[in-house]
Design a protein around this ligand. Structure first.
Ligand code: GLY
Length: 360
């Protein structure tokens, strides 16, 4: 079991290991000696792992109940959030109790936001079941639900009390979901870890996905979490350096939104990283070889390096993004593998950037 300690406004452990759900009871003791636990999960994940988690909890002396909602981003909304809060209230959950998010980013965001706000805040733990949640969403305390007007438009910064990442739970992920998570892993390599980037160049999806005691996958996830830890500790509330984690995300968000969220987040981010790297290369802000390696690695993991959507289709969503302040947006550019910076750009110049990035 690899253990990473995060010291933000709250300190907590991220534990990564194969089969570590079995340790949940022991790990939880450090967070809450006794508590009731509301397992929050979707209708894809609960049937796979819900009862297993419940048994582990009950064996450790906890009482558990569950809130299972229909899977998908479309359900990360105020209605589902309201239903979860009402269930917590109906079952008399109190501030000494816990919410446990069992699932991917949608589940973690929803459960975390409920935990941030129910009775002005109760504790929550994250058991990520997607690669994307394992390396990104479950760590760092960003919680939210979507509004009709946009993704993650209402939320709170609220750190979990524990993150337990069991790599065995990732074994049932469809390839497309695993690839989507790989986009974020590639991102970590590009912006801050050239060794990780090289490691990804020298391995492949099959090796990373291999079942059983997969130490390589464990090591890769831990490496990403180690990097995220630095960003979260230095800039928990996302006003400066944490924004570097948005590499590929600004243009990626344009693709995701233009597609009506049919293009998965990770696929959109992958294309976004390549688009911005091409545009940055034409401005002398990204080396030719750096751009080439980002594109090659993206392709190697079966992710898109561009998009069918036009700049015109993407721009309205990019311009209304949370990342835009005033008429300016700070774009993340990887200038060399393992190093990135923020480039302030006027919203009016974005269409040129997209064009130079190969967007029609
Ligand atoms: N997913 C980016 C962040 O947590 O800041």
């Amino acid at each position: 079991l690899k253990r990473i300690r995060i010291d933000a406004s709250k300190s907590y452990t991220v534990a990564v290991g194969s089969g570590c759900v079995a340790e949940l009871g022991r790990e939880l003791k450090a967070v809450a000696e006794t508590a009731r636990v509301m397992i929050v999960s979707d209708d894809n994940v609960y049937p796979l792992y819900g009862e297993k988690v419940r048994k582990v909890l009950e064996t450790a002396g906890y009482t558990a109940s569950q809130f299972v909602f229909p899977h998908g981003e479309a359900h990360k909304n105020l209605d589902t959030y309201g239903l979860l809060l009402e269930q917590l209230c109906a079952e008399n959950y109190s501030r000494s109790d816990l919410i446990l998010a069992l699932g991917g980013g949608v589940t973690g965001d929803l459960a975390g936001f409920a935990a941030a706000t129910y009775q002005r805040g109760i504790r929550f733990v994250q058991l990520p079941t997607t690669l994307l949640a394992a390396v990104d969403a479950s760590v760092g305390g960003k919680t939210a639900v979507d509004l009709k007007g946009g993704k993650n438009q209402v939320g709170a910064f609220c750190q979990p009390s524990l993150v337990l990442c069991d790599t065995e739970l990732l074994s049932t992920l469809p390839d497309t979901e695993f690839r989507a998570g790989m986009a974020e892993v590639i991102k970590y390599g590009a912006i801050g870890d050239s060794e990780l980037f090289k490691l990804l160049e020298n391995t492949d999806m099959e090796t990373l996905r291999k079942g059983g005691d997969n130490q390589l996958l464990e090591a890769v996830i831990a490496r990403c979490v180690e990097q995220k830890k630095q960003f979260v500790q230095n800039d928990e509330f996302d006003t400066g350096s944490r924004m570097l984690l948005n590499f590929g995300h600004t243009f990626g968000h344009g693709i995701e939104a233009a597609s009506g969220f049919r293009v998965p987040h990770g696929y959109a981010v992958a294309a976004g990283m390549c688009i911005i790297s091409r545009a940055a290369e034409t401005r002398g802000l990204c080396g030719r070889e750096t751009r080439r390696r980002i594109e090659a690695l993206t392709e190697k993991y079966g992710l898109p390096t561009g998009t069918e959507f036009t700049g015109e289709q993407m721009l309205p969503y990019i311009a209304s993004d949370k990342k835009v302040s005033g008429r300016q947006v700070k774009l993340v550019v990887t200038d060399r593998i393992g190093h990135a910076g923020l480039v302030p750009v006027n919203v009016a110049e974005l269409s040129e950037w997209l064009k130079d990035g190969g967007v029609k």
